[in-house]
Design a protein around this ligand. Structure first.
Ligand SMILES: N[C@@H](CCC(=O)N[C@@H](CS)C(=O)NCC(=O)O)C(=O)O
Length: 208
């Protein structure tokens, strides 16, 4: 069993993705909180581990790994029980497609550093984040309709798609997005939030 240290921030959606994957796999880890509001991600010691100055970082036996989806796929390969990707290539591409719609198409545009570059005004920042989240969710909701989403994004099992979507919906609520426009997303969020590993890894459970 590897020694795992997770460097994360309680309210970061990308950190939540990795905490949730670790919880689903039942993996114990040492938690190191990086306070993004205090700028701790900019410290030289942290940037040596992730030159992007972004959380999360998972340190495995002393070796730092970053990029939440790369970490999740590594965890899934290293600890294959409770798989986070479906079993067939055709389903796996769907799961990755949904995961990337959030992690490449929404989250980076509403990330704190993008908001700060955009404006100094908190209200303008929220409007900007809301715009990109709602634009991304419109496409995501259509995709779920096409797929005939079930309990979760791809049927009855939590996959990497849900692990990305649900933390993004949490962010959407912080920026006052109107989720009534997205009934499938909202219902997957409600159901996902009730699952034990989601609850254990959620921001409110991990606030320092
Ligand atoms: N693609 C990266 C994105 C990581 C990322 O954007 N992390 C955010 C928190 S969710 C962050 O550290 N923000 C700090 C900042 O903007 O300075 C991943 O998936 O790990």
């Amino acid at each position: 069993m590897a020694n795992l240290v997770l460097k994360h921030y309680w309210r970061s959606s990308c950190s939540w993705r990795v905490r949730w994957a670790l919880a689903l796999k039942g993996l114990a880890y040492q938690s190191e909180h990086i306070d993004l509001l205090q700028g701790e991600q900019q410290r030289a010691s942290f940037r040596r581990q992730n030159p992007q100055a972004l959380v999360p970082v998972l340190v495995v036996d002393g070796v730092p790994y970053y990029e939440s989806l790369a970490i999740i796929e590594w965890l899934d390969e290293r600890y294959p029980h409770t798989p986070l990707l479906p079993s067939t290539p055709a389903e796996r591409i769907q799961a990755r497609q949904l995961a990337y719609m959030v992690s490449c198409g929404i989250q980076p545009l509403q990330n704190m550093n993008a908001q700060r570059y955009y404006s100094n005004d908190p209200q303008a920042r929220s409007r900007y984040a809301r715009h990109y989240i709602e634009r991304g969710f419109e496409a995501y909701e259509q995709r779920l309709q096409q797929l005939g989403a079930g309990t979760f994004c791809l049927g009855g099992q939590i996959t990497i798609a849900d692990i990305c979507l649900i933390p993004q919906v949490y962010n959407a609520q912080r920026f006052a997005c109107n989720l009534r426009q997205f009934p499938l997303i909202a219902s997957i969020y409600r159901r996902g939030r009730q699952t034990p590993a989601c609850r254990a890894s959620a921001p409110e459970a991990c606030k320092p």
